[in-house]
Design a protein around this ligand. Structure first.
Ligand code: FES
Length: 243
């Protein structure tokens, strides 16, 4: 499984003492190991999920309560769903993590929400129970059929779009999956918003490691992570990036 060992969820206190959290659903953080001692204060939780990768993130999982890590952020734009009525959320693999928090927000905003999530097998299908608690008819798919429908997650979405009169699709997951979602949405004349992932280094539009676009002139860290249909269609790399 490419060094993927397990998934852990961290809960941290945010830095804003007693104030409004500056984090939104689409926020991303740069997290790094430090040796200096710091004392985060405040009353808001920030929660993030992180798969354990040998030699990459495993040090994080050796931390104990009270140990320190470095955090920069939040960096992001945000999903824009104010004008949508019937929203289909399509998630694959680790992308389901960000969408789970989004779906909780959509429900609070009284939107009609339909959910389709997929992974290659049951252990990789994360947060399914939590989503089914919020949206009982969540469509679960696995490539090996170990849970839910045996298919890829993009297979059943045409039916959902037609039956439920969907007017916005929000997606996060492998790019090859999001590209297929874009093709299906386009054929039905529906807007999508996709959350892109790239290897982030500086997080502030300096290093160029996250650039996309015809001239590599758009930074995912500054202009994203969320991009709409019109923008995605101008990215020649969209659908071929594996990170
Ligand atoms: S991470 Fe450096 S430009 Fe985006």
């Amino acid at each position: 499984m490419n060094g993927f060992l397990s998934l852990n969820i961290f809960s941290l206190y945010s830095f804003n003492e007693g104030g409004q959290s500056s984090f939104s659903v689409a926020s991303f953080l740069s997290v790094f190991m430090i040796s200096a001692k710091s004392t985060p204060t405040g009353h808001q939780f920030v929660q993030f999920s992180q798969p354990v990768h040998k030699n990459k993130t495993s040090k994080l999982f050796e931390l104990r309560e009270g140990d320190s890590i470095g955090i920069r952020g939040p960096f992001r734009n945000s999903f824009n769903y104010e004008n949508a009525k019937n929203i289909l959320v399509v998630g694959g693999g680790m992308g389901v993590t960000a969408l789970t928090i989004l779906i909780e927000s959509l429900r609070l905003n009284k939107k009609k929400v339909f959910v389709a999530i997929g992974a290659k097998d049951e252990p990789s299908l994360i947060f399914a129970d939590r989503l089914i608690d919020i949206i009982p008819n969540t469509m679960c798919t696995t490539e090996d059929g170990s849970v839910g429908k045996k298919c890829v997650v993009t297979d059943p979405i045409k039916d959902i779009i037609e039956k439920e009169n969907v007017d916005l699709i929000i997606t996060c997951g492998p790019e090859i999956m999001m590209k297929r979602v874009l093709e299906i949405a386009d054929s039905k004349n529906i807007e999508i918003q996709a959350s892109l992932e790239r290897k982030m280094k500086c997080g502030v539009d300096l290093c160029g490691s996250c650039c996309v676009g015809e001239k590599n002139d758009i930074s995912v860290c500054k202009d994203g992570l969320i991009f709409n249909s019109t923008q995605l269609k101008t990215f020649p790399q969209f659908g071929s990036c594996s990170k």
